[in-house]
Design a protein around this ligand. Structure first.
Ligand code: SF4
Length: 122
């Protein structure tokens, strides 16, 4: 069975319109991409979509009351809402340093949630 999926590449602001052709559920070709990153994105998006999650969590005793965080690498897209819920319950104590692990193995993904800015203690 032949199928086509139409996607927008999200890897850069150009936003190339991709067409992913599938044959019996397997990716046969990707077209519409301007560079190889679009080919990789199209293949992954229809088979195992992933995302990096960026957000912020609450901080106690810091010079700011929130610290920005991100997953250290891509996580499965279907875990995004679980991770957002987990972040809601987190309260870290200052100081916080860039790269500090805020939640190890967040939601069983094998990926750490890490801080992306410095928060000094006040
Ligand atoms: S295919 Fe390449 S040029 Fe096009 S949006 Fe994706 S990353 Fe950008």
């Amino acid at each position: 069975m032949t199928e086509e999926r139409h996607l927008t590449c999200i890897n850069c602001p150009l936003g190339c319109q991709l067409t992913v052709s599938l044959e019996n559920g397997q990716v046969a070709a990707v077209s519409g991409n301007t560079c190889p990153r679009g080919d990789d994105y199209g293949r992954k998006e229809v088979t195992h979509p992933t995302r990096i999650v960026c957000s912020s969590v609450r901080v106690m005793d810091g010079d700011m009351n929130m610290v920005s965080v991100k997953t250290a690498s891509d996580i499965p897209k279907e875990k995004i809402f679980d991770i957002c819920r987990a972040m809601r319950d987190v309260l870290v104590t200052a100081p916080v340093h860039i790269g500090d692990v805020i939640i190890p193995d967040v939601c069983g993904t094998g990926v750490n949630l890490v801080a992306t800015r410095e928060i000094a203690r006040c």
